[in-house]
Design a binder for this molecule. Structure first.
Ligand code: PLP
Length: 386
């Protein structure tokens, strides 16, 4: 009998991968399953990016590289971020990682310990809470309210801040709610961060995925924020590159060297030929992103209309990302019961809202990263079981 570290019992998980495993098992048994559980675009990585990776391999980019990332890529990211953020971002402030997830983990590892509080969105990406608790910190959920279009109440947020609060996590567009934090709210949150000397982790992985006329606004643009904001971004969603494992962070001066040291300890560096291909993603044609969003817009309407037509289900229109987060309390089922019934009775894999924290109870997350036909079929199967 071997004993694990005490810390290990505090580590959470991302249940999307568990539901995916169950769904795959049912498929192996011959059942037909429609996959609406996993958060990845169902499009192929654009060809010019794949070609660049092949070329990088032929050109010998097969060795270790700098822990912070290839300088060519960091320069390209700095240019891209400067354009998008409207202020100068320097390559020295960028660390490239295997996927964007390590940006949240490494930031939390560098900042959080016992006795420290970190505020995170709930419902929200499950790894925030998991990593805060793994590091021994106190995770403080910031409730996203359905009646505020799945945004936090700013006065409520203010009440959560104590003299132990060190980190505040924001995510816009949001997974799982598809919500977008209005600019005026971001400004107020920034003010609170400055007044209370908080570090902000701004998860902007869905910044290219808006519906309608939204321009991405980062909390980092407000006065006093650049020196305290970590921007999390990456290639997984915008360029359908989830399997490549490519993300990055823009770090304030005091953190960039520390996170680079964590990279050296854990990964040495990010896959080098993938990094070289990522330059083509940023600098090549952006047509694939536009096309993907046109398709997602169509599917969003199909899914939202479909969900709203179901007995006991009401669904708001997502403003970003590619998830619908309907309220299912009218069905009389809990979120977990709904998830189970959908998978085992209807053959539709989707996620209980509680996969995203306790305030997700009463909701489910439906990813619309699947074909129009499959989405329509999923709605019809759900109708049958309701
Ligand atoms: N942040 C959010 C809000 C996400 O939804 C995801 C992926 O689902 C990530 C970060 C992590 O992205 P990656 O796959 O690049 O690690």
């Amino acid at each position: 009998m071997f004993e694990l570290s005490k810390r290990q019992s505090d580590l959470g998980t991302e249940t999307a991968f568990e539901v995916l495993a169950k769904a795959k098992e049912l498929e192996r048994q011959g059942k037909s399953i429609i996959h609406l559980e996993i958060g990845e675009p169902d499009f192929d990585t654009p060809k010019h990016i794949v070609d660049s990776a092949k070329k990088a391999l032929d050109d010998g980019f097969t060795h270790y590289g700098p822990s912070a990332g290839q300088i060519e890529l960091r320069e390209s990211i700095a240019k891209h971020q400067s354009q998008r953020q409207g202020y100068e971002v320097k390559p020295e402030n960028i660390v490239v990682t295997p996927g964007a997830k390590p940006i949240m983990s490494f930031t939390i590892m560098a900042l959080i310990e016992s006795g420290v509080e970190a505020i995170y969105p709930n419902p929200g990406f499950p790894i925030y809470q998991s990593m805060i608790e793994y590091m021994g910190g106190t995770s403080v959920p910031m409730k996203l309210e359905e009646n505020k279009a799945y945004n936090a109440d700013i006065q409520g947020l203010e009440k959560l801040i104590t003299d132990k609060t060190k980190l505040l996590i924001v995510n816009s567009p949001n997974n799982p709610c598809g919500s977008v934090i209005p600019e005026s709210d971001l400004e107020q949150i920034a003010k609170l961060a400055v007044e209370n000397n908080l570090i902000v982790l701004s998860d902007e992985i869905y910044k290219d995925m808006y519906y309608g006329d939204y321009d991405h606004v980062s909390i980092s643009k407000f006065p006093g924020m650049r020196e305290r904001t970590v921007i999390l971004d990456g290639f997984s969603k915008s360029y359908a590159m989830t399997g490549w494992r490519l993300g990055y962070g823009v770090f304030p001066d005091f953190l960039v060297g520390e996170v680079t040291r964590i990279m050296t300890n854990i990964n040495s560096c990010t896959n080098v030929f993938s990094q070289m291909a990522a330059i083509s993603a940023l600098e090549g044609s952006q047509e694939s992103v536009t096309k993907m969003m046109e398709e997602f817009t169509f599917r969003k309407d199909l899914v939202v209309d479909g969900l709203n037509s179901l007995n006991g289900v009401t669904c708001q229109d997502p403003k970003g990302a590619f998830y619908a987060f309907p309220n299912i309390t009218g069905t009389g089922m809990t979120s977990k019961e709904f998830e189970k019934a959908a998978l085992y009775e209807a053959g539709v894999a989707l996620l209980s809202g509680t996969s995203f924290g306790k305030y997700g109870d009463g909701y489910i997350r439906v990813s619309f990263a699947n074909s129009r036909e499959n989405l329509a079929e999923a709605i019809s199967r759900l109708r049958n079981i309701l």
